[in-house]
Write a protein that binds this ligand. Sequence first.
Ligand code: FES
Ligand SMILES: [Fe+2]
Length: 326
Amino acid sequence: MSRLRYWHPVLCARDLPQDRPVAVRVASRNLVVFRTSGGLGALDDQCVHRRLKLSVGKVVGDRLRCAYHGWSFSRDGRGESPGTPKLHACIKSYACAEAFGAIWVRERDAEQPLPDLVKPGWAFCGTVINRVKAPLPLLLDNFAEVEHTVTAHPQFGIDLARANQATLEIETTAETFTVRNRGPSKPPPLATRIMAWTWAGDEFHSDYTFRFDPPRSAVSHYWINRRTGRERMSKYFLYHYFVPVDADQSMVVTFGYLQTRWPGLGWMARHMGWFVRRKIKSTIDEDAWLLENLADYNPSLEGMKLSRFDKVLGLLRERLALVYGE
Ligand code: FES
Ligand SMILES: [Fe+2]
């Protein structure tokens, strides 16, 4: 089953210049993506002639030209050789699109429409990519539980000393599973404190729904004032796309949103987007550091001593197996 039958974000749109192709590795395939005057293209990153990487080639007009002998390819993979014009030299091409600050690819003959990530009432803060040295199931494990927030993530999470009071509810449907976590908040640093106006004694909430077309989660983080039962001033929402690079590496592509009762949401999004993106990047790098330091990359759960927060790990593997046969 091809992993690329669904749209996968593979690159930040700002990292794909107008005149230079870029190599991306996704689902163990090497692709080249490029912009031409006519639109975006994605091809296998290997010239059919003598196998030079097309990503070291050049965009000329509406075609990508190989740097070795000048053969060139259209966005749908039709090749032409200047030296042997009658030669038929096609290369595999992919559907490629730009949306929400990312470049997306999928198989050409798949049917899925581009995801709609518009969130009315929320300010879109931008797209962030983190590279993680861990296979997809272990990456998903990290994003499926909040127990690690007692030690990782100074900006948010459950207080280590009162972690036994944290609760979680799990709800499943045929396509999704949702986990709702709540527990005593750790004291967050000043920036989070000011942005969310959260204070000691608050209850931290982290709710997420996973889907698998492709693997992704929709996450919200917020704080509740226990005395009034009301949400604090700001909350975060994130779409994480978990992109397999190969058997050993993955990427997290995050689309970040902010909702706040502070006046001037539009102003905040325009001026604070960089700050939210930087926080997202450094927060996921904290997860990446944990994953880089696993002693064993075998995704099997056998032999692990699992906690009450880990109930979803088995569920994750079941759902991944349904979609990807792994
Ligand atoms: S290897 Fe690409 S043109 Fe020869
Ligand atoms: Fe984390």
